[in-house]
Design a protein. Structure first.
Length: 301
């Protein structure tokens, strides 16, 4: 009898552990990554950090695709390239939509989340995010190197997923809860780098969905977190920031940790809203006029 109870308890522990992993969706640990690294011959790893960081050290076999290389060269900073252009960039780096794609960055989750979201927008079906926790990397013996990876060009066939993309018209429609992922100062317009926020939006700094080690919070933590803001999976959610970068961190947390499927990113973000002459609100609720076209963000976008 005691033996059966022990077996049952062991099974419950395994089930709980498996459920915990599943709740994280596409977010994987170093240990999970190493299992894939050893067995999945169809895997490609993307280092989304800046080029100078990649040259210092990166995962063996990883290709470097900094998020800024995926944007249009326009007066509105941070707008992603057209799907065909993006597909060409990824393909030139050896990234195909048919591969298992793992993305990581320097540890902040900002750049890995941005590239992850872009890949999901392009319809890549199998994309993962790896936390850069060096302690865990050492324990799991993740191989790192300074040697650049030789790239073989492949074909990336985009199948655009517009369900995770919000344009200005949708933001204005009032159909969604709009989240501003920047700092409270930028949201309130008390920062000299921002005149306020999109009217009707709420402020949730992107760092609030991360723990002290800058890893994504657990499902239990996220359940309590969204309850504080009265967020629900039943109503569409749009997340924005300055240029669309840190907004994707909240997107990843909601879609992967909680499993919500009605979340979009407003790619045009603060920059487009400003450039198109739209009004902003301040802490006092007063509509604000823009101060300068050269305003930049300190929110990590």
């Amino acid at each position: 009898m005691k033996k059966h109870i022990n077996i049952l308890l062991s099974g419950l522990v395994v089930l709980m552990f498996s459920t915990s992993l599943m709740a994280q969706g596409d977010i994987i640990s170093a240990a999970q990554f190493m299992k894939m690294f050893k067995t999945d011959k169809n895997m490609i790893v993307i280092d989304a950090s800046k080029a100078d960081s990649y040259t210092k050290t990166h995962i063996k076999g990883a290709v470097n695709i900094p998020h800024k290389t995926l944007y249009k060269d326009t007066e509105i900073e941070g707008l992603i390239q057209d799907p065909a252009k993006l597909a060409g960039i990824f393909g030139s780096k050896g990234v195909s939509d048919s591969k298992t794609i793992v993305v990581y960055d320097g540890g902040s989750q900002k750049y890995s989340s941005r590239v992850y979201w872009i890949l999901k927008y392009l319809g890549a079906p199998n994309v993962k995010i790896l936390h850069k926790d060096m302690d865990q990397w050492r324990k799991s013996r993740v191989p790192i190197t300074k040697m650049p990876t030789k790239v073989k060009k492949v074909t990336f066939t985009p199948k655009v997923n517009n369900s995770i993309y919000a344009d200005m018209a949708f933001v204005k429609s009032g159909k969604a809860t709009v989240i501003d992922a920047r700092t409270p100062e930028e949201f309130n317009g008390t920062s000299d780098k921002s005149v306020g926020h999109i009217p009707g939006s709420i402020n949730i700094n992107y760092k609030k969905v991360l723990n002290a080690k800058e890893a994504f919070k657990s499902k239990a933590e996220m359940d309590k977190f969204v309850a504080q803001y009265k967020l629900s999976a039943d109503k569409p959610i749009v997340v924005y920031c300055n240029t669309g970068v840190i907004a994707t961190v909240i997107y990843v947390a909601l879609t992967n940790v909680l499993g919500w499927d009605n979340v979009k990113v407003y790619d045009g973000a603060y920059k487009e809203w400003d450039a198109k002459g739209n009004k902003f609100e301040t802490k006092a609720g007063v509509s604000a006029v823009k101060k300068s076209k050269s305003i930049s963000s300190d929110g990590g976008c």
